[in-house]
Design a protein around this ligand. Sequence first.
Ligand SMILES: Nc1ncnc2c1ncn2[C@@H]1O[C@H](COP(=O)(O)OP(=O)(O)OP(=O)(O)O)[C@@H](O)[C@H]1O
Length: 357
Amino acid sequence: MTTPDRGVATDAPAGPGGQVGAGRTVLRVDGLSVGTRQTPLLSDVTFSVDRGERVGLIGESGSGKSLTALAVMGLLPEGLGASGDVRLSARTPAARNLLGVAERDMARVRGDGMSMVFQEPMTALNPTMRVGDQVDEVMLLHRTQPSRSAARRRVVELLGQVDLPDPAHLARSYPHELSGGQRQRVVLAIALANDPALLICDEPTTALDVTVQATVLDLVVRGVEERDSAMLFITHDLGVVATVCERVLVMYGGRIVEAGPVQEVFADPRHRYTQGLVAASDLAGADGRRDRAQLPTIPGTVPPAGRFPSGCVFRTRCTHATQACASQPPWTPRGEHPAGAAAYGHACVHPAGGDDD
Ligand SMILES: Nc1ncnc2c1ncn2[C@@H]1O[C@H](COP(=O)(O)OP(=O)(O)OP(=O)(O)O)[C@@H](O)[C@H]1O
């Protein structure tokens, strides 16, 4: 398997989002904002993902996780505009800001430089096409195609890599002839076909039978590990993040409110929102002493887009909020990170364990 150079080109401007020229940064997102004409949906989203690194993106429904992924992929729905700086490694055209890259060129970046696995495999597959041809098509789009027989061998090899039984036979099947887990394996094979520098997964196992979720998760991890690809993994499930990821970004109200090494953030969440997520998660009940139904929930609901307060975006739901949360900057840097404090995330002005506990 090839592991091409994935270092970020040195023409990228220095800034809080990543170490330019360090050679390990695969994706750097700097000050990404997304919205409609009237409504901001993402504000100043800043983070980076290194080669071989697995980063989780968590937050309740409506926090902005999927929009972040779609903005990076250049797949934002019509009517939404984006500003900021999104750079992928040197395999993309001149490592330009992807937000300014024409769709014709973005199509080449997707599937080659980066690819995405969505929650529902049927939406990613063409129901009228044999699955082997769909894998083959992706390779055709993104590579100079070798001979027919070599291409067929590569398709079978890729389907075998995601542990599909009898891949030569299965390549001739149509999506509806496969189980949900098998379909998601095909989608994963397609996403990995060109050894992407970055794989984005948006709840890749949520739609699957619980008995096959762990297997598919293992395959995702194995796929990126073998390629030394960077991974951004979107999920509601903190337990999955704890198992799969090294670093986590916590999102609320279209902002990253906290970020850091998974173990550190989950063991000692600084932001009241993260604290609420951790308390409400299976992580809190992982010792088996607590019934899932007894886990606390975060009070209130996520406000509709555009209705988040100034100051700390979480303050209208936070039981510890004071006047300071409205008027002070909503965050302070937390800890050290090679990408810089601003990219590392933000801590609550009333962190857990503080004086007001
Ligand atoms: N095309 C759109 N036009 C207007 N608002 C949108 C559009 N797409 C998403 N939104 C809004 O942007 C906000 C963030 O949505 P997003 O789908 O990114 O959340 P999420 O964290 O991924 O949620 P989930 O976990 O349910 O997928 C939500 O308030 C959503 O309603």
